[in-house]
Write a protein that binds this ligand. Structure first.
Ligand code: NI
Length: 377
């Protein structure tokens, strides 16, 4: 094991035992900064409360490599000697492995800086899970001059040494919606004296399912899930209102627009039918990721040279705010196998530490080769 690999695994264990939630990654940010500074890597002075961007190399051309750094509100249930020391916070999505892998890349690129024919921005992004962290980075405008951005994510369904590189969508768009049907409360014995919001909410739950079966093209994937329904508190009162929440997932703009429009139309239509009002709001809106074809071929070439096994994989209906970068820059989101474990977001989720350093090396090679093989955008 080489010296840098030892360090990277040590960083990983540190971050794993000290997880922090979205937008609260203060200690994590401090630690990343400490490591970078110790290795004489420049950290940019940006208005970010958590997360940071560092830079290696010089010149007119630039690309970005992105890792997310936040954890989840889950109590870890593993027996690892470096398990979470924070109650009800856990790196259960592998962002600690992304962070340490990218730190390894930073160290390697710093060592090879004289060979590097451009600038590499190392983006340690806060709050992917919230979401909202990608937007914070974008708002600093630090990425405005870059040609391309590469992101990584651990994948507990593939073995160590595997990279999933696909063209087109890898992760679905994410909408979180909330609506409140507002009726008129009354005695359950005299329903004619009020307007029952539970009837409207029930009709809405059923009708919303017709979006996937009747409105969306049969060959286009779409999920509409209503996951939260709250109304009333006892048996003999018709309540004033009913609250619903849920999510839509799609892989293309058109399907997304159809699903969103229909959901609002159905809510308003049901409100009109049952003579009550509805407040509808979109709480989260993130588009789907979309991998650039040229970048995918390039990344695959480098991966094969690095002796990775490369697979196409399947798009996931999970979301990823890396999509926000891809809305304004061409980008590639790559998954790396971390060995079979409980699924991400599970309290028993683990990763094989041997998966991390090869990714550090791969990203360093990707950055080096980008400038020598890819035309300036
Ligand atoms: Ni994640």
């Amino acid at each position: 094991m080489d010296h840098t690999e030892n360090k990277v695994i040590e960083y990983y264990k540190h971050f794993h035992s000290h997880p922090e939630l979205s937008f609260q990654e203060f200690e994590t940010t401090k630690k990343i900064k400490e490591i970078l500074t110790e290795h004489h890597i420049e950290v940019l002075n940006l208005p970010l409360a958590t997360g940071l961007v560092a830079v290696v190399g010089k010149g007119d051309r630039s690309i970005a490599l992105r890792a997310d750094i936040d954890a989840l509100p889950i109590t870890e249930e593993t027996d690892l000697p470096y398990k979470s020391q924070h109650q009800n916070i856990m790196h259960a999505c592998g962002h600690d492995s992304h962070t340490s892998a990218l730190l390894g890349t930073a160290l390697l690129l710093k060592e090879q800086e004289d060979k590097l024919q451009g600038k590499v921005l190392l983006v340690f992004q806060p709050a992917e899970e919230a979401p909202g962290g990608a937007q914070k980075i974008i708002d600093t405008k630090v990425l405005d001059p870059i040609e391309a951005i590469f992101g990584i994510h651990s994948d507990s369904t593939s073995k160590v040494g595997t990279l999933t590189i696909r063209k087109g969508p890898t992760h679905a768009s994410v909408e979180r919606f909330k609506l409140v049907f507002k009726g008129v409360g009354c005695h359950a014995a005299h329903p004619n004296d009020g307007v029952d919001p539970i009837i409207a909410a029930s009709q809405f739950v059923t009708a919303a399912q017709s979006i996937v079966s009747r409105n969306v093209h049969p060959q286009h994937a779409c999920v509409v899930s209503i996951t939260h329904l709250e109304a009333g508190s006892t048996w003999n009162v018709i309540p004033q209102s009913a609250l619903l929440e849920g999510t839509i997932r799609t892989f293309d703009k058109d399907t997304r627009a159809i699903a969103k429009n229909r959901l609002v139309e159905i809510a308003k239509g049901i409100a009109a039918t049952f003579n009550l009002t509805v407040d509808f709001s979109w709480e989260i809106e993130v588009g789907n990721t979309f991998n650039d074809e040229q970048l995918a071929s390039f990344a695959k070439t480098v991966a094969l040279k690095d002796n990775f096994e490369v697979q196409e994989g399947q798009p996931s209906t999970g979301g990823e705010d890396f999509a926000l970068y891809q809305e304004f820059k061409k980008g590639l989101f790559i998954l790396f196998g971390t060995g079979k474990s409980a699924p991400a977001h599970n309290p028993k989720f683990t990763i094989d530490v041997n998966a991390i350093y090869p990714v550090s090396k791969y990203l360093a090679n990707l950055a080096q080769d980008y400038f020598t093989t890819q035309e300036q955008a």
